[in-house]
Design a protein around this ligand. Structure first.
Ligand SMILES: Cc1cc2nc3c(=O)[nH]c(=O)nc-3n(C[C@H](O)[C@H](O)[C@H](O)COP(=O)(O)O)c2cc1C
Length: 171
């Protein structure tokens, strides 16, 4: 699928998943071919840098990422970074991220972790020559009510992420 959205939270009432679903709807409204992958549907091993890349679920995810032109990672912010589950996915799927256009949707508790995904963004740029979409979506608990996204500002940012990721081309 040209646009792959990955929901990396393992939480049942995840805010980043709600944003991933909203981005999926934004792509659908633009007739852009997209698919949503929910990490809760996978039981991935921790990356050991050896055999784990051959795990069947890892191989399936690697293929889906490799086939996408744009990958949007919706992730929780834990300890001033993306969650370990999100980072583990990238460690497991490694070079599938080469030359991708990558967008971020981050769910955090508060505003102070705003730049937390930049370490991962830098590694994607340096390791895999990924191009990071300069439309960063960052939401806090205040943007949700009963697990639902209720912030027009965040919704507008998601629309901008969809628009910009569709325009960006890797040359
Ligand atoms: C282990 C853990 C660490 C967290 N660390 C941070 C943090 O560093 N900064 C922050 O703003 N929120 C932090 N939070 C709050 C989460 O980012 C927040 O609950 C967010 O909604 C999680 O994303 P999700 O709803 O998609 O699972 C943390 C939560 C947990 C459980």
């Amino acid at each position: 699928m040209e646009y792959l959205i990955i929901s990396a939270s393992l939480r049942s009432t995840s805010h980043s998943r709600a944003m991933a679903q909203r981005l999926t709807a934004a792509y659908a409204a633009r007739q852009a071919p997209s698919a949503l992958v929910d990490m809760r549907d996978y039981a991935l091993p921790f990356c050991d840098g050896e055999q784990t890349r051959e795990h069947p679920q890892v191989a399936a995810l690697t293929e889906r990422i490799a086939k996408a032109r744009v990958v949007a990672l919706a992730a929780p912010i834990y300890n001033y970074d993306v969650s370990a589950a999100a980072k583990n996915l990238i460690e497991l799927t490694g070079s599938a991220w080469e030359n991708k256009i990558v967008g971020f949707l981050c769910a955090a508790g508060g505003q102070s972790s705003y730049m937390s995904a930049l370490g991962l963004a830098n590694s994607l740029m340096l390791d895999f020559r990924a191009v990071i979409v300069p439309r960063f979506v960052y939401a806090t608990g205040a943007d949700f009510s009963d697990g639902k996204l209720v912030s027009p500002r965040v919704e507008a940012r998601i629309e901008q992420l969809a628009e910009t990721s569709m325009k960006l081309r890797y040359v």
